[in-house]
Ligand binder design. Structure first.
Ligand SMILES: *Cc1c(COP(=O)(O)O)cnc(C)c1O
Length: 451
């Protein structure tokens, strides 16, 4: 069988040089500063990478491609769904037209998400789904005769995407978005929730959050948070009880509650949605990342009938948003197949199995100098350091162990695909430990502020 491209030696070197000169990478400079790995193909939980120096290698994927590839790569069921849909149509506009993949997916999302969420806006990325959520909330408040309710409240340590409004509710310190303070809309920030999934709710913190909602109620359209796990803001876990506190405070002041489950949705924390840990249903829900099993870019914003009807009663009685690739049939077909695949198996047992593997495999990292915490929840394993990770040294050490990781800030973490076997989970843990040790040895580092 002919090779798609030689992949090693000069061909790889040439591609990497062109990449460095011409191609932006996430949060990167031009010309590129770090040399990316060249991926030829991926199957199961393995990435097949090539580089000029060492030729081809397989790496076990500890990242699920930014937490999205929950079924692994090149999955026959998802491939079949994509191929079948390609044979019908890859895309048609969604204005004035509709199609089975979008309708089926939307119905399935309504069925599996928390009670009360009835209406689905299919967006083309997580950040856009957050923009849509914000627009929904502002339009809702406006149509209720409260046009001054335009601000959002969140807690520190969050991440909601890189477009404008999502940036404004990301953690204002650290990260990259503090570059824009003074330009971004000024939102209301509570302190970061106290750490620890199992730590009982701190009454002082609960009071702080309640007070802040009450104080700003007249100008708040919504509260938006990541439930239970703050992801790209620092991989921190908090007590689900704070979601109940937020739900009650929002209800009391007629402020909408938006839960951003783009990272946590579809089983990652051990529940299908992280809000289920608290038994709390939001007014607006964002999902993305794992929605298409990591195949294509698609996200969704769901809302209750109260929100939708509120918008419909407004002076502009429509939701004023409509991306060109809205409802993309190819992405919708794969997303529907991914959900069917997930729900058709005992996914919770798989996530629990991975959780157990991460707990035992990461525990020894506690003894590495500079490690202040090791925490695991569902399919998420995090080693916390006392300072910035030397991301370059840590990444290289993981690759030497045959594992793909992308440490950031002061953590080395993993979110493996749910299909990762026990041996590969153990290997990923060895990769995490090696990455942590390499970072500890290299001394103080600049670290990477963004994911
Ligand atoms: C990744 C992420 C986003 C942004 O999604 P994109 O698809 O990258 O735009 C928003 N919120 C959370 C919680 C995320 O983890």
């Amino acid at each position: 069988m002919p090779e798609p491209f030689p992949g090693t030696g000069t061909a790889a070197a040439e591609l990497l040089e062109l990449d460095r000169r011409h191609v932006w990478h996430p949060y990167g400079p031009i010309p590129g500063a770090e040399e990316p790995l060249l991926v030829e193909s991926a199957a199961g939980v393995r990435l097949r990478v090539a580089d000029a120096a060492e030729g081809r290698r397989e790496l076990v994927d500890g990242m699920s491609s930014w937490w999205s590839a929950i079924h692994g790569y090149n999955h026959p069921v998802l491939n079949a769904a994509a191929t079948e849909q390609l044979g019908r149509m890859s895309h048609v506009m969604f204005g004035g037209l509709t199609h089975e993949p979008a309708v089926r997916l939307s119905k399935r999302l309504v069925d599996v998400t928390p009670e009360g969420l009835e209406h689905v806006f299919l967006a083309d990325s997580g950040s856009v789904s957050v923009e849509v959520a914000v627009k929904m909330c502002l339009q809702y408040q406006r149509s209720r005769g409260r046009p001054r309710r335009q601000r959002l409240m969140t807690w520190r340590g969050g991440y909601h995407g890189d477009t404008w409004h999502p940036m404004s509710v990301c953690d204002p310190d650290g990260g990259m978005h503090d570059l824009w303070s003074g330009v971004l809309p000024c939102q209301v920030f509570a302190d970061a929730p106290p750490s620890g999934f199992d730590a009982g709710p701190d009454p002082v913190y609960a009071e702080h959050v309640r007070d802040l909602v009450a104080l700003h109620a007249g100008e708040l359209a919504a509260v938006i948070v990541e439930p239970v796990v703050q992801g790209a803001g620092g991989m921190r876990f908090h007590s689900p009880a704070y979601l109940q506190v937020l739900r009650e405070a929002c209800d009391e002041h007629d402020v909408l509650l938006v839960l951003d489950e783009i990272a946590t949705g579809f089983g990652r924390t051990g529940m299908l949605f992280a809000s289920e840990h608290a038994g709390v249903a939001p007014d607006v829900l964002c999902v993305g990342k794992a929605l298409t099993g990591g195949y294509l870019t698609m996200a969704a914003t769901l809302c209750t009938s109260r929100v939708a009807e509120g918008i419909s009663r407004g002076e502009v009685p429509v939701l004023a948003h409509g991306p060109t690739f809205m409802g993309n049939p190819l992405a919708a077909a794969v997303a529907d197949a991914s959900l069917e695949l997930l729900l058709g198996q005992d996914w919770q047992a798989e996530v629990r199995r991975i959780e157990a593997g991460l707990r035992s495999g990461l525990a020894p990292a506690r003894d590495i100098p500079g490690v202040t915490d090791v925490r695991v929840l569902g399919g998420i394993g995090v080693v916390q350091l006392d300072g910035p990770v030397d991301t370059a040294a840590a990444g290289r050490a993981a690759v030497r162990e045959g594992v793909w990781l992308r440490p950031f800030r002061d953590t080395v973490y993993t979110m493996p695909p749910y299909v990762t076997g026990d041996e590969d989970v153990a290997r990923i843990c060895a990769g995490v430990r090696a990455a942590v040790a390499a970072s500890a040895e290299s001394g103080p580092a600049a670290g990477a502020v963004a994911r």
